[in-house]
Design a protein around this ligand. Sequence first.
Ligand SMILES: Cc1ncc(COP(=O)(O)O)c(C=O)c1O
Length: 345
Amino acid sequence: MVDWFFHTGLHESHCRCTQFAVTRAHQHAELLMNSRPKPHLPRCSSSRITTPLVAVSVPGWNPTVWCKLEYLNPSGSTKDRIARYILTKAIRRGELTSLGIVVEASSGSTSIAMALACAQLGLTFVAVMPEGVSNERVMMIRAYGAEVELTPKPEGIAGAIKRAQIISENRGAYWPRQFSNTDNANAHRNETAQEILSQIDTDSIDLFVSGVGTGGTLVGVTQGLRDAGCNVTPVLARPIDTGVMSEVECSSFSGRIPGVVDGLSTIFANANFPRLQEIEVSDEEAIEVTRQLIRCGYPVGPSSGLNFLAAVRSIERHSADEPTAVTVFPDRMERYFSTELFADM
Ligand SMILES: Cc1ncc(COP(=O)(O)O)c(C=O)c1O
């Protein structure tokens, strides 16, 4: 708390005051501190957890894949990492102040994670999402005390992004811009990758596999593993939508595998990955493998099935005998009760 208080600049102004003014300034500061929500950074960092990395094999799919159980993060997805990291950095840089407003456009997990992180930091959060997102998502975000603004469905995520920009300008809100904020990838480079390195006992990691939404996971983890000397090949798990595009996840190139978005990310576009591999997985396969993972005791959403199957295929195509492949299980199954994943239950 004291650290945060000094960070506001009030400390510097004390030094230039007379003794009387110093006393008044202290009284004023005390009043201010008592009337403000309690800070911030310590509570925020205390919610960081290390997610398990487990060797997963599924009946019918031979190779074992190392899977980081990101669905165990506090709000239920890997986006907790970037929400906490981006906001903490912005506060430290002075781009975001206490009692500030944060606005972000997202059709899912990032909004929920931002809402949780803002609740912990005492910030106001405005989630801008395309109409059609599930009611459960809206309720979760509101439960954390955040505002929700819905933009017209036909405009998709692009419409939500435009609206976030307007809110940011009109209300002076901090706009993280997850699709271009390098701290998104840095969160994974400095945290997710470091956890993986400390959890795995093989000499090297050959393959890192992930779907791409903002690209933060694939770019950041690959960079972090390479920083540590791993000769890792990044593998993009690409869902092939064989059905009708869902209008809900308007920007996804597979409407049925939420979270995976095409073409919006400058993080991904700017990453220089000459050895990038792409593995295609049909939605049917991804959903079937997700059901199998759930039956094996991993309560995951469809992108985990996508990532797992792409990892299995990347192992099969690799030239080494038993390459080590790592992937992530990004989010929890509860978010998908009203989707095709649970259609036959
Ligand atoms: C639910 C979910 N969250 C996040 C991501 C992607 O994360 P990023 O935005 O880091 O690319 C995916 C992609 O696989 C996903 O399915």
